[in-house]
Design a binder for this molecule. Structure first.
Ligand SMILES: Nc1ccn([C@H]2C[C@H](O)[C@@H](COP(=O)(O)O)O2)c(=O)n1
Ligand SMILES: [Zn+2]
Length: 159
């Protein structure tokens, strides 16, 4: 008889997005993204981090202060990195699993890449202009977004 407590597709892909987030050096928020084809093949992944060659130890990670000394002007968002990491594969019709709702800048890239659906875990910046604008664009172009429904509270991986 087959196992019954196996991971659903959503749990599997969101689990991978959560694992990707663990690569982030951002002390504030760690975000992960996993993009999947319509036939459930993983196309690409990403997490938030500094651009390649901009060394983590030499870049600012502050949230406040002189804008040039905060992370915001430099860090690449997880969703953006996942799109850029596509390795030439088409993202048309794909689903993005993101641990945090995409901002307006990532929303533009999501739209242009042909992603059709967003499944997100957290929406803690829902009240910001960035996320309001993002939803406005998604609604306009027919990209659907839904909150990830947590069923397995814990996925244990022992190494
Ligand atoms: N959808 C998002 C939103 C934000 N990020 C990144 C950008 C920063 O590295 C971090 C947010 O930092 P906080 O202001 O919460 O300290 O998360 C992303 O990758 N995707
Ligand atoms: Zn973004």
């Amino acid at each position: 008889m087959k196992r019954e407590d196996y991971l659903s597709w959503d749990e599997y892909f969101m689990g991978i997005a959560l694992l990707a987030a663990k690569r982030s050096k951002d002390p504030g928020t760690q975000v992960g993204a996993c993009i999947v084809s319509p036939d459930n093949k993983i196309l690409t992944m990403g997490y938030n981090g500094m651009p390649t060659g901009c060394h983590d130890d030499d870049m600012p990670w502050e949230r406040e202060g002189d804008p040039l000394e905060t992370k915001y002007l430099y860090v690449c968002h997880a969703e953006f990195n996942a799109i850029l990491n596509n390795g030439g594969r088409s993202l048309k019709g794909a689903t993005l699993y993101a641990t945090l709702f995409p901002c307006n800048e990532c929303a533009k890239a999501i739209i242009q890449s042909g992603i059709q659906k967003v499944i997100y875990m957290e929406d803690k910046y829902a009240d910001t202009d960035a996320v309001v604008a993002s939803k406005r664009m998604f609604d306009m172009v027919g990209i659907t977004y839904e909150a990830y429904e947590v069923k397995h509270k814990k996925i244990v991986i022992e190494l």
